[in-house]
Ligand binder design. Structure first.
Ligand code: ADP
Ligand code: MG
Length: 725
């Protein structure tokens, strides 16, 4: 007798169990009382620090002035007292290594005395610099093993916070991770550098408009998509557990075609989990704002209110971490992978991006006066130019083995970078482009500084969801970022390419103004040329369509279809020059990132290939053999009774089994092959040989899933994982 699989038991259990909910009484608990309560923010700093220390610290935070030892010590001491009151026993320097997730090592505050007692200690030195001895984090060749240690340095612009554990709490200090020679080993350092680069250039442009601001920042609001499935199914899927995505699974009879999930009622268990997540995020000062169902069954979205891109990046890591930790309390598992289920919508992270001054003026806001409109057009044109000039760079920031399954699939933006402006703004830009220089100005055209722009819509009605880079009223939305990726990398690149564009614009305008032109005339002269060169990247149509792919090719837009094609862009001459010029990445840092990403790609595909082989050989093939044996018995029994048995089915199953075995052997063989050459050659092998062979195995297995007896099928099906909640 075949053993029944564990699935039916689990389904019964889920159906009959009421998951224990963490009941929160919102009549008692107001978010205004808890918001930021676990953060050593400006309010607690002012409360606890001596005035001169507080003031000096603000200068460091807001103006980037260096930090003295005395301030660090005083800050550390106040921070420690605050943390101990909050129940912290340990502290950690949290950093963002290039693995894309965050890393931490905890140290207790404890310091023993000679008399056998102990006190809590935490000095400025410990605050400012940590040595995680993180020699096994990828450095892509930046660290030789003899000097393998990197160190983490406190980032004063991102406040420390308390992370509650089931037992006690930890003080978390957001840090940058650098090598002894000062090279960036993480995603935060380049992001901070890119913000500075953009600020310098944007300030030049603003100065022309008569505005002297001390800093221009980029604001980011990342909309995070993710899946929640019952954790009991999750634990039965080695592929989800180890690769984050399903490597097998026939399409469910009902998928997302009815579109009855999007914005529908959120299941109870899920909303309980979301509420719990929100409370924790509020305590951590993360302004979680929006939650809703996404397009796919089992898929959800959370979006905070936008913040400075550095903080937004730290907070996005926190959002993922808190969801990941909280889901199990409600019997759920959270999936952030870009494509956990083939044929079902994947998860992205819409990176809403804008530039604003430290006085709070959004530079992508069209404004109300012709002068403001002119400023808006200059900044918007600079962004358009940046995307048109560096589409490959933008593309490579979202490249990963996981995102390859999503980008260009029929529900995510294509790998071709283009900009959607919407009808109104497109019309304005068209007029501006055709508008001849001031000397030969004709009527009916856009006159910078005189013409008033029409109101540009901000509502979702006029949205194009198929564009990777869309203007949405007062911000651009970069939609190609993957669900599990850090937004640090994409924003560092976006900031840098826009900095380069602003530099170009500022240089031209400064020269024209110096030669006696009015600013508005100088703008009117400059922008049409830029727009002429850049308009190939503007596209308001359907980005999913085959027609666009052809059209894009005609326009000469690059289409780097997968990670392996995209990665070499990182170390191109153009990239090295650009990032060097704006001091965002050194050549060594770019090379190291290129190596790490190649290696990461190779490792990811290799793990998936091994899992495919493992699941096929030890789970699926044995199940099919059991079914085949039952069928053979039935065929024989029927024969003995003189009636026609299930011979056709036996044949189908036997043929399927032969196909699956063959495909699995081929994959096994491919896995044993040793590639020669550079990392990128290994990556090519993974893409061109391993991935197709994995797909062969999957196809054979998925076919069998639709014929093998359901009680014998060893792994939870798409139907179950996506619809049983
Ligand atoms: P959508 O219609 O795309 O959902 P929302 O207005 O809800 O647009 O915003 C989505 C995200 O964009 C939110 O995180 C929001 O805070 C953020 N956002 C709004 N304005 C800006 C801005 N000026 N700069 C950056 N992000 C912004
Ligand atoms: Mg959006």
């Amino acid at each position: 007798m075949a053993k029944p699989s564990g699935r039916s038991g689990i389904i019964q259990k889920i159906a009959s169990s009421q998951p224990k909910l963490d009941l929160i009484d919102f009549k008692e608990l107001h978010f205004k009382d808890i918001f930021g309560s676990n953060v050593f923010n400006e309010i607690s700093q002012r409360e606890r620090l001596p005035k001169p220390i507080f003031k000096a610290l603000q200068k460091t935070i807001k103006k980037g002035e260096p930090l003295s030892h005395e301030i660090a010590d005083a800050f550390a001491s106040a921070l420690k007292d605050w943390a101990l009151e909050k129940g912290a026993t340990h502290y950690t320097h949290l950093f963002q290594p290039m693995t894309g997730i965050t890393a931490e090592k905890h140290d207790a505050f404890i310091s023993p005395n000679s008399d056998g007692s102990a006190i809590a200690e935490f000095s400025g030195k410990e605050l400012v610099k940590g040595e995680p001895d993180a020699s096994s984090f990828p450095s892509g060749g930046l660290r030789a093993t003899f000097e393998a240690r990197g160190y983490t340095a406190w980032d004063p612009t991102s406040p420390p916070y308390i992370m509650d554990n089931p037992n006690g709490a930890t003080l978390v200090i957001p840090t940058a991770f650098v090598s002894w020679t000062g090279e960036a080993l993480d995603k935060k350092v380049p992001l901070l550098r890119s913000i500075d680069a953009l600020s310098i250039q944007a300030k030049r442009v603003l100065k022309l408009f008569g505005k002297n601001v001390s800093k221009v920042n980029t604001s980011v609001g990342p909309e995070q998509e993710y899946f929640l499935i019952d954790s009991q199914f999750y634990f039965l899927r080695p592929d989800l557990l180890n690769a984050g995505r399903t490597l097998f699974g026939a399409p469910p009879p009902k998928g997302q075609e009815l579109e009855d999930q999007y914005f529908g009622a959120i299941p109870e268990r899920v909303i309980a989990c979301m509420a719990d997540v929100d409370i924790q995020l509020y305590k951590l000062g993360v302004p979680s704002k929006t939650r809703h169902n996404e397009v796919a069954p089992g898929q959800y979205e959370i979006a905070p209110i936008y913040e400075d891109s550095n903080i937004a990046t730290d907070h996005n890591h926190l959002v993922m971490e808190v969801i990941r930790r909280t889901a199990p309390k409600y019997g759920l598992a959270a999936l952030f992978h870009e494509k956990p289920f083939a044929g079902i919508n994947g998860s992205g992270k819409h990176n809403n991006w804008s530039m604003s001054t430290d006085e709070g003026e959004n530079l992508l806001n069209p404004g109300d006066t012709p002068h403001d409109n002119a400023q808006f057009l200059v900044f918007t044109t600079a962004v358009i130019r940046a995307v048109a000039k560096y589409p490959e760079l933008l593309r490579v920031t979202v490249a990963s083995a996981a995102n390859d399954h999503r980008l260009g699939a029929n529900e995510a933006p294509p790998a071709i970078m283009s900009i959607f402006l919407g009808d109104q703004l497109q019309d304005v830009i068209d007029q501006l482009e055709k508008g001849s220089p001031t000397s030969t100005k004709q009527g009916g055209h856009m006159e910078v500084g005189v013409t008033v722009l029409p109101k540009l819509p901000k509502d979702a009605g006029d949205r194009n969801r198929t564009s990777p880079f869309a203007f949405t009223g007062n911000k651009f939305e970069f939609r190609a970022v993957g669900g599990s990726q850090s937004i640090g990398g994409p924003n560092a690149v976006l900031n840098t390419i826009v900095a380069e564009s602003l530099d170009f614009v500022a240089t031209a305008l400064e020269a024209a103004v110096k030669s006696g032109k009015t600013l508005h005339a100088a703008i009117q002269d400059l922008l049409p040329g830029i727009l002429k060169d850049s308009k190939k990247v503007l596209f308001n149509g359907d980005g999913y369509s085959e027609k666009w792919h052809k059209e894009a090719e005609k326009r000469g837009l690059p289409n780097l279809k997968n990670t392996v094609d995209a990665l070499p862009v990182i170390v191109s001459k153009e990239s090295i020059a650009l990032f060097g010029k704006y001091k965002v990445y050194t050549e060594g840092e770019l090379t190291s990132r290129y190596n790490i990403l190649c290696e990461h790609y190779v490792k990811t595909v290799a793990i998936e290939a091994k899992l495919t082989k493992f699941m096929s050989s030890t789970m699926i093939i044995p199940a099919v053999i059991r079914f085949q044996t039952e069928l053979a018995t039935a065929v024989n029994a029927s024969k003995a009774a003189g009636v026609e048995g299930p011979t056709d089915l036996l044949k189908t199953v036997s043929t399927g089994l032969a196909d699956l075995s063959k495909a699995t052997s081929a994959l096994c063989e491919a896995l044993h092959h040793h590639t020669e050459g550079e990392l990128i050659d290994h990556a090519k092998y993974a893409r061109d040989t391993l991935l197709p062979k994995m797909l062969d195995v999957r196809k054979a297995a998925d076919k069998l899933e639709t014929v093998v007896a359901d009680d014998l099928w060893p792994i939870p099906t798409y139907r179950e994982m996506l619809f049983i909640r």
